[in-house]
Design a protein around this ligand. Structure first.
Ligand SMILES: NC(=O)c1ccc[n+]([C@@H]2O[C@H](COP(=O)([O-])OP(=O)(O)OC[C@H]3O[C@@H](n4cnc5c(N)ncnc54)[C@H](OP(=O)(O)O)[C@@H]3O)[C@@H](O)[C@H]2O)c1
Length: 292
């Protein structure tokens, strides 16, 4: 399908569930964990995907790159790096939303984080833009432990993290992607709504690493550290002090027990239970993710 498919846009509600086909969707963070899955799920649903990241010339930090990415699209999935609550995120998301509206791109879905006070101004900036918005508030990704820097730490044998013994319902990013696409193709149903998505089971980080160790067939450890010590360690590894301070504050917020409960967003939107952490672990172990 080409990007001109917008002209073929139609609404089909023959089975009672409005579905927009021929929609062109800008996917920011398209090379990242959620964006890559949103792109795949959107294509599977018949949408035309326009990937957006620095690799395609779109830069959140350079508003002059936004219009070329947005022009002619119908909708956008917004992922703000590196965190939805990072300094400058509210201004960037609000600015991009207003630019999108100015170009006729009204339907915007923002990825946010469940329980993150720092993300609330970003969510509010999207709402205030006047867009047809949906906010998807996600739990910690299960794939944090199978893709990216934490996965590499686990693979080396010990995950050092400031999560204490708090419990978290790790969510599979494929479920996030399917919720995003269902929201985008669900007509008006999810416009103006905030959907919280989690996995189906609460696990401590220690239990999560133990499940990985069992699947990988090797001893792997979890060591809890205070958030401030973690921040010092990050600075020692070259993370700028301002960014490390933000992460300390973020982890102290997110890992204080406020998120130790399940939400039913996946079931509400997709009509099925969320995928379990064990599914991600089984597949990643089979792919050799944590092999020595
Ligand atoms: N990790 C979690 O457990 C969790 C939970 C809930 C919500 N979140 C939220 O998820 C978001 C991160 O999503 P993710 O994990 O899917 O992404 P990710 O895997 O960290 O990938 C980041 C993506 O953003 C792009 N990017 C980085 N800097 C950019 C810039 N200046 N301009 C344009 N694109 C840029 C990257 O591509 P290029 O390098 O090509 O630019 C890449 O596609 C954050 O907002 C975070 O708050 C995370």
């Amino acid at each position: 399908m080409t990007q001109n498919a917008k002209s073929a846009r139609r609404t089909d509600d023959t089975d009672g569930a409005p579905r927009t086909t021929g929609m062109t969707l800008v996917v920011t963070g398209a090379s990242g964990r959620t964006g890559s899955r949103v792109a795949r799920a959107a294509e599977a649903a018949g949408l035309t995907v326009r990937p957006a990241s620095r690799a395609t010339g779109f830069d959140w930090e350079d508003p002059s790159t936004w219009a070329d990415t947005l022009r002619g699209a119908d909708a956008a999935y917004l992922v703000h790096p590196s965190d939805v609550g990072a300094p400058g995120s509210a201004e960037a998301v609000g600015g991009l939303a207003r630019a999108a509206l100015g170009l006729g791109v009204r339907r915007l879905v923002l990825l946010s984080t469940r329980g993150e006070d720092q993300a609330l101004p970003t969510e509010e900036a999207l709402r205030a833009s006047g867009a047809d918005w949906t906010v998807v508030r996600a739990a910690w990704f299960a794939q944090n432990l199978s893709e990216g820097p934490l996965a590499e730490e686990v693979r080396r044998g010990e995950l050092v993290f400031p999560a204490g013994e708090v419990r978290e319902p790790f969510v599979d990013v494929r479920d996030i992607a399917e919720v995003v696409v269902a929201a985008l193709t669900g007509g008006e149903r999810y416009v103006g709504r905030t959907v919280a998505v989690t996995g189906p089971r609460l696990l401590t980080w220690r239990e999560a690493v133990a499940e990985i160790a069992a699947a990988a067939g090797r001893p792997l450890a979890y060591r809890a550290v205070p958030a401030r010590d973690y921040g010092e360690a990050l600075t020692g590894f070259g993370v700028p002090r301002e960014e490390a301070s933000f992460l300390v504050e973020l982890f102290e917020t997110l890992l204080d027990g406020r998120n130790a409960h399940l939400e039913d967003g996946v079931r509400q939107v997709l009509g099925r239970e969320p995928r379990d952490f064990a599914d991600v672990v089984r597949e990643a172990a089979a792919a050799g993710t944590w092999a020595a």
